[in-house]
Design a binder for this molecule. Structure first.
Ligand SMILES: Nc1ncnc2c1ncn2[C@@H]1O[C@H](COP(=O)(O)OP(=O)(O)O)[C@@H](O)[C@H]1O
Ligand SMILES: [Mg+2]
Length: 231
């Protein structure tokens, strides 16, 4: 579904991610782990075309998208949920969803109702301003918005950051459901190693912008991932 081939990217003239190779197979979840400042968000921004890929390539669904604009990537089926649960704070939860749904006609309306099925808690909060929602509710809203675009691949940056454990479980369940139900593949950045590996089919640990360790997901991988993060 997504293939990163030796991707180097960064800010201005400064590279902060070096030669990253990573594959997200169709229908699978790949976790990118690593400490603060390791380059995880930078890598995702390059996947989305928000930062230029200096060397290497990004292949999505069989096509080289390295030079495509962010909008075109979204239209091809990559949805991005940035770190920090961004929504339009002054708009209600419903307005935040409708804003996206309107651009997608009937499919948008259908996917909006599917997204609300996935996050029942949002149903009771639709008239509330997004800025007044809790962190967990805002994260659910952000994922719901992304789902309305009808993605094949969902790119999630620390979806559980700063969120209460019971809401983390809800978000985890929703990710599993969207994968099994709609066949969506997931590239997810996480700092919570145990939680991420529980869900991941495979993982990569980034440190100082380089892939330090890779392997299959599952509880057995936790110590391997933690050791790589400690280096
Ligand atoms: N806008 C920016 N301009 C310059 N350097 C940045 C910018 N954003 C992040 N960085 C640097 O890039 C490195 C990786 O950051 P980031 O990708 O946000 O890490 P992570 O998401 O793993 O915590 C850090 O050293 C950070 O200081
Ligand atoms: Mg980050």
């Amino acid at each position: 579904m997504l293939q990163l081939e030796s991707v180097t990217t960064g800010y201005g003239r400064v590279s902060v991610v070096f030669d990253v190779c990573l594959t997200v197979p169709d229908g699978k979840l790949v976790a990118v782990l690593g400490n603060n400042g390791a380059g995880k968000t930078t890598l995702l921004r390059a996947v989305m075309g928000l930062l230029p890929v200096r060397t290497g390539s990004v292949v999505f669904d069989g096509a080289d998208i390295t030079k495509l604009s962010t909008n075109k990537r979204v239209r091809r089926g990559i949805a991005y949920v940035p770190q920090g649960q961004q929504s339009f704070g002054q708009l209600t939860a419903r307005e935040n969803l409708v804003l996206i749904a309107e651009r997608h006609g009937q499919a948008g309306a259908r996917r909006m109702s599917e997204a609300l099925d996935l996050f029942p808690a949002l149903g009771g909060l639709l008239t509330r301003r997004a800025g007044l929602l809790s962190g967990g509710q805002r994260q659910q809203l952000a994922i719901a918005r992304a789902l309305i675009t009808g993605p094949k691949l969902m790119v999630l940056d620390e979806p559980t950051e700063g969120i209460q454990p019971n809401v983390v479980a809800e978000i985890q369940a929703a990710i599993s459901t969207m994968m099994s139900g709609a066949g969506i593949s997931v590239l997810m950045v996480e700092q919570h190693v145990g939680y991420a590996l529980e869900m991941a089919d495979s993982f990569a640990v980034l440190a100082s912008g380089r892939v330090m360790s890779t392997g299959a997901g599952g509880a057995a991988a936790v110590s391997q991932a933690r050791e790589a993060m400690a280096l």
